[in-house]
Design a protein around this ligand. Structure first.
Ligand code: ZN
Length: 433
Protein backbone atom coordinates (compact mmCIF):
# COMPACT_ATOMS: atom_id res chain seq x y z
CA UNK A 1 0.00 0.00 0.00
CA UNK A 2 1.25 3.52 -0.73
CA UNK A 3 1.79 5.96 2.11
CA UNK A 4 -1.17 8.04 0.91
CA UNK A 5 -3.45 4.99 0.89
CA UNK A 6 -2.44 3.94 4.37
CA UNK A 7 -2.92 7.48 5.73
CA UNK A 8 -6.42 7.65 4.25
CA UNK A 9 -7.32 4.29 5.70
CA UNK A 10 -5.78 5.15 9.09
CA UNK A 11 -8.11 8.13 9.47
CA UNK A 12 -11.16 5.98 8.66
CA UNK A 13 -9.98 3.45 11.24
CA UNK A 14 -9.42 6.12 13.90
CA UNK A 15 -12.88 7.64 13.39
CA UNK A 16 -14.74 4.33 13.04
CA UNK A 17 -15.42 3.54 16.74
CA UNK A 18 -16.90 6.97 17.55
CA UNK A 19 -20.67 7.16 18.03
CA UNK A 20 -21.65 10.15 15.91
CA UNK A 21 -25.10 11.60 15.42
CA UNK A 22 -26.44 14.93 14.15
CA UNK A 23 -25.38 16.61 17.41
CA UNK A 24 -23.32 15.72 20.45
CA UNK A 25 -19.86 14.70 21.55
CA UNK A 26 -19.36 12.16 18.76
CA UNK A 27 -19.31 14.93 16.16
CA UNK A 28 -17.11 17.08 18.43
CA UNK A 29 -14.62 14.26 18.93
CA UNK A 30 -14.57 13.61 15.17
CA UNK A 31 -13.90 17.27 14.39
CA UNK A 32 -11.23 17.40 17.11
CA UNK A 33 -9.41 14.56 15.32
CA UNK A 34 -9.76 16.34 11.97
CA UNK A 35 -8.44 19.52 13.60
CA UNK A 36 -5.17 17.69 14.33
CA UNK A 37 -4.70 17.52 10.57
CA UNK A 38 -6.33 20.77 9.40
CA UNK A 39 -6.72 24.26 10.91
CA UNK A 40 -10.44 23.67 11.14
CA UNK A 41 -12.82 26.31 12.53
CA UNK A 42 -15.34 24.58 14.76
CA UNK A 43 -18.75 26.21 15.15
CA UNK A 44 -21.35 25.53 17.82
CA UNK A 45 -24.91 26.64 17.03
CA UNK A 46 -27.27 26.56 20.01
CA UNK A 47 -30.29 24.25 20.20
CA UNK A 48 -33.44 26.19 19.38
CA UNK A 49 -31.74 28.46 16.84
CA UNK A 50 -33.96 29.01 13.84
CA UNK A 51 -32.12 27.89 10.68
CA UNK A 52 -34.04 28.51 7.45
CA UNK A 53 -37.25 26.50 7.87
CA UNK A 54 -35.74 24.30 10.62
CA UNK A 55 -34.73 24.57 14.26
CA UNK A 56 -31.44 23.30 15.66
CA UNK A 57 -32.50 20.26 17.73
CA UNK A 58 -31.57 19.33 21.27
CA UNK A 59 -28.18 17.73 21.72
CA UNK A 60 -28.00 13.96 22.03
CA UNK A 61 -25.28 12.17 23.98
CA UNK A 62 -25.07 8.52 24.90
CA UNK A 63 -22.88 6.77 27.46
CA UNK A 64 -24.18 3.22 27.47
CA UNK A 65 -27.09 1.06 26.35
CA UNK A 66 -28.00 -2.58 26.57
CA UNK A 67 -30.70 -5.21 26.72
CA UNK A 68 -29.96 -7.75 29.49
CA UNK A 69 -31.67 -11.05 30.12
CA UNK A 70 -32.99 -12.25 33.49
CA UNK A 71 -29.51 -13.44 34.51
CA UNK A 72 -28.14 -9.94 33.91
CA UNK A 73 -26.19 -10.96 30.80
CA UNK A 74 -26.12 -8.27 28.10
CA UNK A 75 -27.65 -9.79 24.99
CA UNK A 76 -27.51 -6.55 23.00
CA UNK A 77 -24.67 -4.22 23.93
CA UNK A 78 -24.00 -0.70 22.64
CA UNK A 79 -20.38 -1.08 23.75
CA UNK A 80 -19.88 -3.84 21.21
CA UNK A 81 -21.37 -1.92 18.31
CA UNK A 82 -22.87 1.55 18.43
CA UNK A 83 -25.29 0.63 15.62
CA UNK A 84 -27.22 -1.36 18.24
CA UNK A 85 -28.92 1.81 19.46
CA UNK A 86 -31.25 3.76 17.22
CA UNK A 87 -29.62 7.17 16.91
CA UNK A 88 -31.33 9.91 18.95
CA UNK A 89 -33.14 7.36 21.13
CA UNK A 90 -34.74 8.94 24.17
CA UNK A 91 -33.35 7.67 27.50
CA UNK A 92 -35.04 4.58 28.94
CA UNK A 93 -34.51 2.29 31.92
CA UNK A 94 -37.17 -0.35 32.41
CA UNK A 95 -38.07 -4.04 32.46
CA UNK A 96 -40.13 -5.46 29.63
CA UNK A 97 -41.37 -8.81 28.44
CA UNK A 98 -40.12 -9.93 25.04
CA UNK A 99 -43.54 -9.09 23.53
CA UNK A 100 -43.38 -5.56 24.98
CA UNK A 101 -39.78 -5.14 23.83
CA UNK A 102 -40.29 -6.32 20.25
CA UNK A 103 -41.90 -3.11 18.85
CA UNK A 104 -38.62 -1.38 19.76
CA UNK A 105 -36.39 -3.89 17.97
CA UNK A 106 -35.26 -3.42 14.37
CA UNK A 107 -33.64 -6.07 12.18
CA UNK A 108 -33.23 -6.99 8.52
CA UNK A 109 -35.05 -10.27 7.75
CA UNK A 110 -33.53 -10.28 4.24
CA UNK A 111 -29.99 -9.90 5.61
CA UNK A 112 -30.33 -11.83 8.85
CA UNK A 113 -26.73 -11.58 10.02
CA UNK A 114 -26.42 -7.78 9.72
CA UNK A 115 -27.26 -5.04 12.20
CA UNK A 116 -29.18 -2.16 10.55
CA UNK A 117 -28.45 1.54 11.10
CA UNK A 118 -31.55 3.49 12.10
CA UNK A 119 -32.25 7.00 13.33
CA UNK A 120 -35.20 8.84 14.82
CA UNK A 121 -34.11 12.46 14.81
CA UNK A 122 -37.37 14.28 14.56
CA UNK A 123 -39.82 11.88 16.26
CA UNK A 124 -39.23 10.99 19.91
CA UNK A 125 -38.67 7.25 20.17
CA UNK A 126 -36.20 4.68 21.40
CA UNK A 127 -35.07 1.47 19.80
CA UNK A 128 -32.42 -1.17 19.39
CA UNK A 129 -31.05 -2.61 16.16
CA UNK A 130 -29.82 -6.17 15.97
CA UNK A 131 -29.22 -9.05 13.59
CA UNK A 132 -32.45 -10.79 12.63
CA UNK A 133 -31.02 -14.16 13.58
CA UNK A 134 -30.24 -12.81 17.04
CA UNK A 135 -33.73 -11.36 17.36
CA UNK A 136 -35.26 -14.72 16.48
CA UNK A 137 -33.10 -16.46 19.06
CA UNK A 138 -34.30 -14.26 21.96
CA UNK A 139 -36.04 -16.44 24.54
CA UNK A 140 -39.35 -15.50 26.16
CA UNK A 141 -38.93 -13.79 29.50
CA UNK A 142 -38.29 -10.41 31.04
CA UNK A 143 -35.49 -8.15 29.87
CA UNK A 144 -33.98 -5.11 31.46
CA UNK A 145 -33.55 -2.32 28.97
CA UNK A 146 -31.26 0.64 29.44
CA UNK A 147 -30.43 3.56 27.20
CA UNK A 148 -28.24 5.89 29.24
CA UNK A 149 -28.53 8.92 27.00
CA UNK A 150 -29.38 12.59 27.30
CA UNK A 151 -31.43 14.74 24.96
CA UNK A 152 -31.01 18.27 26.25
CA UNK A 153 -30.46 21.84 25.10
CA UNK A 154 -26.88 22.11 23.81
CA UNK A 155 -25.65 22.81 20.32
CA UNK A 156 -25.05 21.52 16.84
CA UNK A 157 -21.40 21.33 15.87
CA UNK A 158 -19.83 21.66 12.45
CA UNK A 159 -16.35 22.36 11.13
CA UNK A 160 -15.17 24.39 8.18
CA UNK A 161 -11.93 25.47 6.60
CA UNK A 162 -11.50 28.24 4.05
CA UNK A 163 -8.33 28.25 1.94
CA UNK A 164 -8.28 31.66 0.24
CA UNK A 165 -7.35 31.88 -3.43
CA UNK A 166 -6.82 34.66 -5.97
CA UNK A 167 -10.58 34.90 -6.37
CA UNK A 168 -13.17 35.09 -3.61
CA UNK A 169 -15.26 32.66 -5.65
CA UNK A 170 -15.29 29.36 -3.85
CA UNK A 171 -15.17 25.67 -4.57
CA UNK A 172 -17.14 23.92 -1.82
CA UNK A 173 -16.30 20.38 -0.71
CA UNK A 174 -18.93 19.14 1.73
CA UNK A 175 -19.08 15.91 3.70
CA UNK A 176 -21.61 14.72 6.27
CA UNK A 177 -20.22 13.72 9.66
CA UNK A 178 -23.29 12.31 11.42
CA UNK A 179 -23.04 8.54 10.91
CA UNK A 180 -21.72 6.28 13.69
CA UNK A 181 -19.61 3.17 12.94
CA UNK A 182 -20.14 3.05 9.18
CA UNK A 183 -16.94 3.18 7.18
CA UNK A 184 -17.98 3.93 3.62
CA UNK A 185 -21.03 6.07 4.30
CA UNK A 186 -19.36 9.09 5.66
CA UNK A 187 -15.90 8.16 6.94
CA UNK A 188 -14.54 7.56 3.43
CA UNK A 189 -15.76 10.99 2.30
CA UNK A 190 -14.28 12.63 5.39
CA UNK A 191 -10.87 10.97 4.87
CA UNK A 192 -10.71 11.90 1.18
CA UNK A 193 -11.81 15.47 1.91
CA UNK A 194 -9.16 15.90 4.62
CA UNK A 195 -6.40 14.58 2.36
CA UNK A 196 -7.55 16.91 -0.42
CA UNK A 197 -7.67 19.91 1.92
CA UNK A 198 -4.11 19.21 3.06
CA UNK A 199 -2.95 18.97 -0.53
CA UNK A 200 -4.68 22.16 -1.61
CA UNK A 201 -3.45 24.05 1.46
CA UNK A 202 0.11 23.37 0.28
CA UNK A 203 -0.39 24.83 -3.19
CA UNK A 204 1.38 28.15 -3.68
CA UNK A 205 -1.28 29.40 -6.07
CA UNK A 206 -4.99 28.87 -5.97
CA UNK A 207 -7.27 30.46 -8.51
CA UNK A 208 -10.38 29.77 -6.44
CA UNK A 209 -10.89 29.88 -2.71
CA UNK A 210 -11.68 26.44 -1.30
CA UNK A 211 -14.15 25.78 1.47
CA UNK A 212 -14.23 22.41 3.21
CA UNK A 213 -17.34 21.74 5.23
CA UNK A 214 -17.81 18.90 7.73
CA UNK A 215 -21.38 19.03 9.00
CA UNK A 216 -24.11 16.63 10.04
CA UNK A 217 -26.39 15.62 7.13
CA UNK A 218 -29.39 17.83 6.26
CA UNK A 219 -29.62 19.90 9.47
CA UNK A 220 -25.87 20.70 9.34
CA UNK A 221 -25.96 21.87 5.73
CA UNK A 222 -29.14 23.84 6.44
CA UNK A 223 -27.47 25.42 9.47
CA UNK A 224 -24.41 26.36 7.43
CA UNK A 225 -26.61 27.86 4.69
CA UNK A 226 -28.57 29.81 7.31
CA UNK A 227 -25.36 31.16 8.85
CA UNK A 228 -23.96 32.08 5.44
CA UNK A 229 -27.08 33.06 3.59
CA UNK A 230 -25.70 36.24 2.05
CA UNK A 231 -22.25 34.93 1.15
CA UNK A 232 -23.16 31.41 0.03
CA UNK A 233 -23.43 32.76 -3.53
CA UNK A 234 -19.63 32.86 -3.56
CA UNK A 235 -19.77 29.10 -4.09
CA UNK A 236 -19.15 28.79 -7.80
CA UNK A 237 -18.65 25.02 -7.93
CA UNK A 238 -19.02 22.29 -5.38
CA UNK A 239 -19.19 18.61 -4.58
CA UNK A 240 -20.60 16.54 -1.79
CA UNK A 241 -18.49 13.46 -1.11
CA UNK A 242 -19.85 10.14 0.02
CA UNK A 243 -19.15 6.41 -0.20
CA UNK A 244 -15.68 6.75 -1.70
CA UNK A 245 -13.94 3.74 -0.18
CA UNK A 246 -15.86 0.79 -1.64
CA UNK A 247 -15.06 -1.16 -4.80
CA UNK A 248 -17.89 0.12 -7.02
CA UNK A 249 -17.14 2.22 -10.11
CA UNK A 250 -17.60 5.98 -9.63
CA UNK A 251 -20.96 7.66 -9.97
CA UNK A 252 -21.14 11.41 -10.40
CA UNK A 253 -24.54 12.93 -9.70
CA UNK A 254 -25.11 16.15 -11.61
CA UNK A 255 -26.36 19.50 -10.30
CA UNK A 256 -30.07 20.24 -10.61
CA UNK A 257 -30.03 21.39 -14.25
CA UNK A 258 -27.04 19.28 -15.23
CA UNK A 259 -25.30 22.03 -17.19
CA UNK A 260 -22.87 23.35 -14.60
CA UNK A 261 -19.14 23.49 -15.24
CA UNK A 262 -18.58 20.96 -12.44
CA UNK A 263 -20.96 18.59 -14.28
CA UNK A 264 -18.91 18.86 -17.44
CA UNK A 265 -15.61 18.59 -15.56
CA UNK A 266 -16.70 15.43 -13.73
CA UNK A 267 -18.20 13.86 -16.87
CA UNK A 268 -15.00 14.54 -18.78
CA UNK A 269 -12.72 13.09 -16.10
CA UNK A 270 -14.83 9.94 -15.70
CA UNK A 271 -15.18 9.45 -19.47
CA UNK A 272 -11.42 9.79 -19.95
CA UNK A 273 -10.80 7.37 -17.08
CA UNK A 274 -13.18 4.91 -18.73
CA UNK A 275 -11.40 5.31 -22.08
CA UNK A 276 -7.99 4.79 -20.45
CA UNK A 277 -8.78 1.85 -18.24
CA UNK A 278 -11.96 0.16 -19.50
CA UNK A 279 -13.89 1.07 -16.36
CA UNK A 280 -17.60 1.80 -16.15
CA UNK A 281 -17.80 5.02 -14.21
CA UNK A 282 -20.99 6.90 -14.93
CA UNK A 283 -22.87 10.13 -14.45
CA UNK A 284 -26.50 10.35 -13.37
CA UNK A 285 -29.10 13.07 -13.21
CA UNK A 286 -29.94 15.04 -10.11
CA UNK A 287 -32.81 13.96 -7.88
CA UNK A 288 -33.80 15.71 -4.65
CA UNK A 289 -32.72 12.91 -2.33
CA UNK A 290 -29.40 11.49 -1.21
CA UNK A 291 -27.00 13.86 0.54
CA UNK A 292 -26.65 17.61 1.01
CA UNK A 293 -26.47 18.46 -2.69
CA UNK A 294 -30.24 18.93 -2.46
CA UNK A 295 -29.85 21.69 0.14
CA UNK A 296 -27.21 23.51 -1.92
CA UNK A 297 -29.25 23.09 -5.14
CA UNK A 298 -32.51 24.31 -3.54
CA UNK A 299 -34.19 27.16 -5.47
CA UNK A 300 -33.26 29.89 -2.98
CA UNK A 301 -29.55 29.06 -3.35
CA UNK A 302 -29.03 27.11 -6.59
CA UNK A 303 -25.38 26.53 -5.80
CA UNK A 304 -23.82 24.34 -8.48
CA UNK A 305 -22.93 21.42 -6.24
CA UNK A 306 -22.77 17.88 -7.63
CA UNK A 307 -21.99 14.68 -5.79
CA UNK A 308 -19.17 12.20 -6.19
CA UNK A 309 -19.56 8.66 -4.92
CA UNK A 310 -18.67 5.08 -5.75
CA UNK A 311 -21.49 2.91 -4.32
CA UNK A 312 -24.83 4.71 -4.59
CA UNK A 313 -26.78 5.14 -1.37
CA UNK A 314 -29.44 2.53 -0.90
CA UNK A 315 -28.20 0.53 -3.88
CA UNK A 316 -25.63 -1.79 -2.37
CA UNK A 317 -26.43 -4.43 0.24
CA UNK A 318 -23.90 -3.18 2.82
CA UNK A 319 -25.47 0.32 2.84
CA UNK A 320 -26.60 1.43 6.33
CA UNK A 321 -25.73 -1.92 7.90
CA UNK A 322 -22.96 -3.35 10.05
CA UNK A 323 -21.42 -4.72 6.82
CA UNK A 324 -20.32 -1.17 5.97
CA UNK A 325 -17.32 -1.78 8.19
CA UNK A 326 -13.55 -1.43 8.00
CA UNK A 327 -13.27 -4.43 5.65
CA UNK A 328 -15.68 -2.87 3.19
CA UNK A 329 -13.33 0.02 2.35
CA UNK A 330 -9.68 0.01 1.34
CA UNK A 331 -6.84 2.49 1.27
CA UNK A 332 -6.32 1.84 -2.45
CA UNK A 333 -9.94 2.75 -3.27
CA UNK A 334 -9.75 5.86 -1.12
CA UNK A 335 -6.57 6.91 -2.88
CA UNK A 336 -8.13 6.32 -6.27
CA UNK A 337 -11.09 8.47 -5.23
CA UNK A 338 -8.75 11.24 -4.13
CA UNK A 339 -7.10 11.05 -7.56
CA UNK A 340 -10.38 11.40 -9.46
CA UNK A 341 -11.46 14.27 -7.23
CA UNK A 342 -8.12 16.02 -7.74
CA UNK A 343 -8.50 15.66 -11.51
CA UNK A 344 -12.00 17.17 -11.45
CA UNK A 345 -10.78 20.12 -9.37
CA UNK A 346 -7.78 20.60 -11.66
CA UNK A 347 -10.18 21.00 -14.58
CA UNK A 348 -12.14 23.68 -12.68
CA UNK A 349 -8.95 25.40 -11.56
CA UNK A 350 -7.35 25.50 -15.02
CA UNK A 351 -10.34 25.86 -17.30
CA UNK A 352 -10.29 29.17 -19.16
CA UNK A 353 -10.47 30.55 -22.67
CA UNK A 354 -7.56 31.76 -24.77
CA UNK A 355 -7.12 33.64 -28.00
CA UNK A 356 -4.63 32.46 -30.61
CA UNK A 357 -2.29 35.39 -31.34
CA UNK A 358 -1.15 33.90 -34.68
CA UNK A 359 -4.54 32.83 -36.02
CA UNK A 360 -3.82 33.11 -39.75
CA UNK A 361 -2.83 29.60 -40.75
CA UNK A 362 -0.84 27.39 -38.47
CA UNK A 363 2.04 29.09 -36.65
CA UNK A 364 5.47 27.54 -37.14
CA UNK A 365 5.94 25.45 -34.06
CA UNK A 366 9.39 24.12 -35.00
CA UNK A 367 11.02 27.54 -35.34
CA UNK A 368 9.63 28.47 -31.91
CA UNK A 369 11.16 25.39 -30.31
CA UNK A 370 7.74 23.98 -29.54
CA UNK A 371 8.30 20.59 -31.11
CA UNK A 372 11.42 20.22 -29.03
CA UNK A 373 9.53 21.36 -25.94
CA UNK A 374 7.03 18.53 -26.33
CA UNK A 375 9.84 16.00 -26.65
CA UNK A 376 10.98 16.64 -23.09
CA UNK A 377 7.68 15.70 -21.46
CA UNK A 378 5.87 12.44 -20.98
CA UNK A 379 2.45 13.93 -21.59
CA UNK A 380 0.77 11.78 -24.24
CA UNK A 381 -0.60 13.59 -27.27
CA UNK A 382 0.88 16.94 -26.25
CA UNK A 383 1.72 17.88 -29.84
CA UNK A 384 -1.74 16.97 -31.05
CA UNK A 385 -3.19 18.88 -28.08
CA UNK A 386 -1.25 22.00 -29.16
CA UNK A 387 -2.82 21.85 -32.62
CA UNK A 388 -6.30 21.56 -31.12
CA UNK A 389 -5.69 24.43 -28.70
CA UNK A 390 -4.39 26.66 -31.50
CA UNK A 391 -7.31 25.82 -33.72
CA UNK A 392 -10.10 26.32 -31.20
CA UNK A 393 -8.64 29.22 -29.21
CA UNK A 394 -10.73 31.92 -30.83
CA UNK A 395 -11.85 33.34 -27.51
CA UNK A 396 -15.15 31.47 -27.61
CA UNK A 397 -13.96 28.01 -26.57
CA UNK A 398 -12.69 27.03 -23.16
CA UNK A 399 -9.98 24.44 -22.61
CA UNK A 400 -12.69 22.04 -21.43
CA UNK A 401 -14.60 22.60 -24.70
CA UNK A 402 -11.38 21.77 -26.54
CA UNK A 403 -10.64 18.66 -24.44
CA UNK A 404 -14.18 17.39 -25.10
CA UNK A 405 -13.98 18.12 -28.82
CA UNK A 406 -10.52 16.57 -29.16
CA UNK A 407 -11.26 13.57 -26.92
CA UNK A 408 -8.00 14.23 -25.14
CA UNK A 409 -7.25 14.44 -21.43
CA UNK A 410 -7.87 17.92 -20.06
CA UNK A 411 -4.43 17.78 -18.47
CA UNK A 412 -2.81 17.44 -21.94
CA UNK A 413 -4.89 20.32 -23.31
CA UNK A 414 -4.02 22.49 -20.30
CA UNK A 415 -0.31 21.63 -20.61
CA UNK A 416 -0.40 22.51 -24.31
CA UNK A 417 -2.09 25.84 -23.57
CA UNK A 418 0.50 26.66 -20.92
CA UNK A 419 3.32 25.94 -23.34
CA UNK A 420 1.76 27.97 -26.14
CA UNK A 421 1.09 30.90 -23.79
CA UNK A 422 4.72 30.79 -22.61
CA UNK A 423 5.79 31.01 -26.25
CA UNK A 424 3.62 34.04 -26.91
CA UNK A 425 1.07 32.27 -29.07
CA UNK A 426 -1.94 32.59 -26.72
CA UNK A 427 -3.42 35.20 -24.47
CA UNK A 428 -6.12 34.60 -21.87
CA UNK A 429 -9.56 35.97 -22.52
CA UNK A 430 -11.19 37.59 -19.48
CA UNK A 431 -13.79 35.21 -18.14
CA UNK A 432 -17.41 36.27 -18.31
CA UNK A 433 -18.10 35.93 -14.60
ZN1 ZN B 1 -26.20 7.43 5.15
Amino acid sequence: MTEAASELYALVRELYPICRSITGDGVRETLRILAQRLPLEIREIRSGTQVLDWTVPREWNIRDAYIADASGKRVVDFRQNNLHVMSYSTPVRTELTLAELKPHLYSLPEQPSLVPYRTSYYAEAWGFCLAHEQLQALAEGTYSVCIDATLEPGSLTYGELLLPGASTEEILISTHVCHPSLADDNLSGIAVSVALAREISQRKERRYSYRFLYAPGTIGAITWLAQNRATATRVKHGLTLTCLGDAHPFTYKRTVFGRAEVDRAAAHVLARTNARSQTEHRTIDFFPYGYDERQFNSPGFRLEVGSLMRGRHGQFPEYHTSADNLDFVSGERLEESLGVLREILNVLEDNRSYRNLAPYGEPQLGSRGLYRATGGTNIPNLQFAMLWVLNLSDGAHSLLDIAERASLDFSAIAAAAKLLAEHGLLETVASKS
